[in-house]
Design a protein around this ligand. Structure first.
Ligand SMILES: Nc1nc2c(ncn2[C@@H]2O[C@H](COP(=O)(O)OP(=O)(O)OP(=O)(O)O)[C@@H](O)[C@H]2O)c(=O)[nH]1
Ligand SMILES: [Zn+2]
Length: 456
């Protein structure tokens, strides 16, 4: 039992009156707003964008039918996901440039009213789930009717809908009222600790969709409009950056070392930062390291801690120093591009996953030249992963768009330094950029926007 929705075709007797039109500037942009009154005297609003366009012509329109929820929408309650969904729906529609949010009043508490919903909350505080709480109070699990929504859609000349909802029963109820729904678009917002049980109940007992994995969505290039989700905040800009992107990263101690003086770099930063690194690998075409890093750490450079494809592993090795036993040369778990200087003798028979390329000199590699070499091979989204010298060269050359420095709460005292480049005499000339900070377990990852080219 998921709804008490009437299957009656929509009738003019239960129609809505269009009362007023105005505009609504919001942080998502400006919307048109239409106020309606239904036959019971309840007011509803449609918040729309791009619908006055003559070209609408039967095109499916992105629509959110949003049930009033004072606690979630207005008070920001985390007991439910309504506030996040409303925000995400407005953002999505604004982004698409066409669509409507129909805000249905009288739907409070799945149609049982505000005070009854609060009574249901009180029962849930004592352990009952959201369905049983409604039943215990003598209500159906879902008491909503969608007739006013169907009428409002008709009034807006929307004849085909892409419904933003995770609730198949809502789609069925609207279809029973004659609304043509061509697609149901998931409105994925992240679960929160406070609403996890409620959302789980909606999934198991009310047929709501399973949550979308945010990371999988980001990998697909889809950036959900969850402004306060750390995953979206940290990786969203990398997903939307387009085909050309150079990022660099280092994990270091609070006193600025990436390894001890013996070169031991194991566990400088914690597991959360390691996951961050694997995610960044998954978002680029190529991950670039210097020969010293391969010699010291023998890294695999693959994506293992999260879903995602392995990037091409690029080793910058102008003097041909890395051993043939290095993991990246020996193991075919991902393609490797081994870049060596003009005079380095490369063995004839290298494993099939290894390609070689020639650098112009045996001296320090010019970052711009290296990026051009990678671009020639179609590798235009690049992560400079380490070590300190390579990252420093890229930063100093002004070739890094975003630098990620994770600092761990550990003092090494002496060791392999992180960033070192020709400094400035006065602080006013020091390299700065807009920063964002992300707490990763005990570590702090600082992102600095360096805007490639700004320092050269
Ligand atoms: N009775 C009751 N209503 C609740 C509870 N939590 C949220 N609501 C109401 O549920 C309504 C929203 O319904 P949901 O089940 O969250 O979502 P939906 O509209 O069916 O589906 P989506 O389109 O995916 O959002 C709002 O009116 C909320 O006030 C609860 O524990 N009990
Ligand atoms: Zn709610």
């Amino acid at each position: 039992m998921t709804s008490s929705i009437s299957n009656e075709p929509i009738s003019p007797l239960t129609g809505v009156d269009r009362i007023v039109e105005t505009r609504l500037p919001t942080r998502h942009g400006e919307f048109a707003m239409v106020g309606y009154e239904d036959h019971l005297g309840v007011a509803h609003v449609a918040i729309t964008v791009g619908l006055d366009d003559e070209t609408l012509n039967g095109e499916p329109v992105l629509v959110r039918i949003h049930s009033e929820c004072l606690t979630g929408d207005a008070l920001g309650s985390h007991r439910c996901d309504c506030g996040d969904q409303l925000d995400a729906a407005l953002a999505r529609i604004a982004q698409e440039g066409r669509g409507a949010v129909i805000y249905v009043r009288g739907h409070e508490g799945r149609g049982i009213g505000l005070l009854e919903k609060l009574r249901a909350y009180a029962l849930q505080d004592r352990g009952m789930d959201t369905v049983d709480a409604n039943l215990e109070l003598g209500h159906p699990a879902d008491a909503r009717s969608y007739e006013q929504s169907a009428h409002i859609l008709a009034d807006l000349s929307v004849t085909a809908v892409r419904l933003l909802s995770n609730n198949p029963a809502k789609q069925e109820a609207l279809e029973a009222l004659g609304v043509r729904i061509v697609d149901r678009v998931a409105l994925g917002v992240a679960d929160r600790p406070d609403n996890a049980r409620y959302l789980a109940t909606k999934r198991t007992r009310m047929r709501h969709d399973e949550p979308l994995d945010l990371w999988e969505r980001l990998l697909d290039g889809d950036v959900p409009t969850l402004r306060d989700d750390p995953l979206v905040q940290l990786y969203g800009p990398l997903v939307t950056a387009g085909p050309d992107l150079v990022i660099a990263q280092l994990g270091q101690s609070l006193d600025g070392f990436i390894a001890s003086r013996t070169g031991d770099a194991e566990f400088v930063t914690g597991p959360e930062d390691r996951l961050r690194l694997h995610r960044m690998r998954a978002l680029v075409d190529a991950v670039v390291v210097g020969a010293s890093t391969v010699i010291a750490d023998d890294p695999r450079l693959t994506v293992r801690d999260c879903a995602g494809d392995d990037p091409v592993r690029v080793v910058v090795d102008p003097q041909g120093r890395i051993p043939l036993t290095a993991h990246v040369l020996r193991e075919a778990d991902a393609p490797t591009l081994w870049l060596v200087g003009p005079d380095v003798a490369v063995p004839d028979s290298l494993p099939a996953h290894v390609t070689t390329g020639r650098l112009a000199t045996a001296g320090p590699t010019d970052p711009a030249e290296l990026l051009a070499l990678l671009a020639d091979r179609g590798l235009t989204r690049v992560l400079i992963e380490g070590g300190g010298r390579l990252v420093s060269a890229f930063v100093a050359a002004g070739e890094v768009d975003r630098l990620y420095l994770t600092t761990a709460p550990v003092l090494i005292g002496d060791g392999v330094p992180g960033l070192r480049f020709d400094g400035t005499d006065v602080m006013a000339e020091a390299l700065r950029g807009p920063v964002r900070r992300f707490a990763l377990g005990e570590d702090v990852c600082t992102e600095i926007l360096l805007q490639a080219g700004s320092t050269s």
